[in-house]
Design a binder for this molecule. Structure first.
Ligand SMILES: NC(=O)c1ccc[n+]([C@@H]2O[C@H](COP(=O)([O-])OP(=O)(O)OC[C@H]3O[C@@H](n4cnc5c(N)ncnc54)[C@H](O)[C@@H]3O)[C@@H](O)[C@H]2O)c1
Length: 430
């Protein structure tokens, strides 16, 4: 059985390592973070993902998977390091460059090197291949270079890693085949071979498609407020058309895929990517739009107390990267009128640069709960849980709260034309 070296043990690299190990591969995981390495070797994990803790614990105990700070020789190298954006919205591929350089001294002829990190178009050909060449290998003959993007959904990563269709883009045809064969050992879905640049672009367009369509839904929220119509109802009815699928609006787009990947295209084709840029602007405008609605709701209160519920960009995960909820929390805190408390049952205090409240602390004397993540805990909120609030009003920006109680007013993001300023003693429910 082949030996696999996975570089970067985060949301992608760690489950990938565990899946290869559980399929019988000998897996070495590499991370520059000492705590990550120590945590994994003790049989524990540092991220939240369904089923992952048990799987990692098992494969570490079985001796199929161990973590370390530097790579070593292997048959297959998989790079899954972050690819964030710089402040000027250009791609930061420094981690990919570093990771490629770190494996290069351990390469042997016939090795497969796969980049799973999301990368700008032509990165395999123009950046990764030259690094390999600098280390004395012909990237078209000696080693097999491929890009195999990830398209897993957090919370379902272990299932989707196995079941999703995989696109494997090789720097050469043979590289695509060799890399695809690696995945065929663990993937039940289809494994499609293509060129590296096509795989790079396909991944970016998947997320761009979603970003643009969420922007359309978010624009509808603003239009609906102006016109006086319920956007959620409009979406529900429009989506009865067999070929229409309007996405869900929300407080903005977060995570380091949808909120980041479209910029990788913009950087390479600025003039041609007008729609993509507009969509990014609309989605980026949503956190401020949410704050403006909160101001409207609390305009008649002397000292509004606001409980922010949910800081992650996605429900039922602990992932706060690029989260619009954090942006909203921080903008609220900058407003001296507000007493803002943040509560998230999935987020640890070490993940955010501000104090977290317990649910009880957040609700105590609050005028408004702003739901910013569709965690299950918020979907099932009850009027009894809200008893410590001064005025029981919820602003649900994720359209997820199911609470239907005459003592509680729930404002949905798609139905903002009905919002009225909160009074200390609210009268009727909307
Ligand atoms: N998380 C997702 O759902 C998802 C989905 C699709 C694609 N992706 C892409 O996959 C890539 C990895 O994302 P992630 O969510 O796993 O990131 P992550 O931040 O969770 O993990 C990356 C890990 O890489 C480590 N690292 C950084 N530089 C390193 C180096 N030179 N050598 C070894 N380790 C290094 C970090 O310490 C970290 O533990 C990104 O390009 C991302 O865009 C992520």
């Amino acid at each position: 059985m082949k030996k696999v070296c996975v570089v970067g043990l985060g949301y992608i690299g760690l489950p990938t390592s565990a899946i290869f190990a559980s399929a019988g591969f000998d897996v070495i995981g590499v991370d520059v973070n000492e705590t990550v390495v120590a945590t994994i070797n003790s049989g524990d994990i540092h991220i939240e993902e369904t089923g992952l803790a048990e799987l990692v614990n098992r494969v570490v105990k079985e001796g199929k998977f161990r973590a370390q700070l530097a790579p070593e020789e292997a048959d297959v190298f998989i790079i899954a390091v972050p690819t964030p954006i710089h402040d000027d919205y250009t791609a930061n591929i420094d981690y990919v460059i570093e990771a490629t350089k770190s494996v290069a001294p351990y390469l042997r002829k016939g090795n497969v090197v796969i980049v799973e990190s999301t990368i700008p178009p032509r990165t395999m050909d123009d950046v990764v291949a030259p690094i390999i060449r600098e280390h004395g290998f012909d990237p078209e003959r000696d080693v097999y270079l491929a890009h195999c993007p990830e398209r897993v959904l957090p919370g379902r990563i272990l299932i989707e890693l196995v079941e999703n269709t995989r696109i494997v883009g090789g720097v050469t045809k043979e590289a695509a085949k060799q890399a695809a064969d690696v995945y065929r050992a663990i993937v039940k879905g289809e494994v499609i071979e293509t060129e590296a640049v096509t795989a790079e672009m396909a991944k970016l367009m998947e997320n761009t498609f979603r970003d643009v369509n969420i922007a359309l839904a978010n624009e509808l929220v603003k239009i609906a407020q102006r016109i006086g119509v319920n956007a959620h109802k409009v979406i529900e009815l429009a989506n009865k058309h067999p070929r229409v699928n309007i996405h869900l609006p929300g407080p903005g787009v977060g995570g380091h895929c949808l909120a980041v990947d479209p910029y990788f295209i913009v950087e390479k084709a600025k003039e041609e990517s007008q729609l993509i840029q507009t969509a990014r602007r609309i989605n980026n405008s949503m956190p401020h739009f949410v704050v403006e609605q909160i101001k409207r709701m609390t305009a008649e209160l002397e000292a509004p107390v606001i409980a922010v519920f949910g800081l992650t960009y996605k429900g039922n995960t602990d992932d706060v990267r690029e989260s619009p909820a954090i942006e909203i929390y921080e903008e609220l805190c900058r407003n001296e009128r507000f007493d803002v408390r943040a509560y998230d049952p999935h987020v640890k205090p070490s993940q955010v640069p501000f104090p977290l409240a317990t649910k009880e602390e957040a609700l105590d004397g609050a005028h408004l709960v702003v739901v910013l993540a569709d965690h299950n805990e918020f979907k099932t909120l009850t009027a009894e849980e809200l008893a410590p609030m001064k005025t029981k009003v919820i602003f649900d920006t994720k359209h997820c709260v199911r609470l239907d109680d005459e003592d509680v007013t729930v404002y949905q993001i798609g139905h903002l034309s009905v919002v009225r300023a909160i009074q200390e003693h609210p009268s009727e429910r909307v």
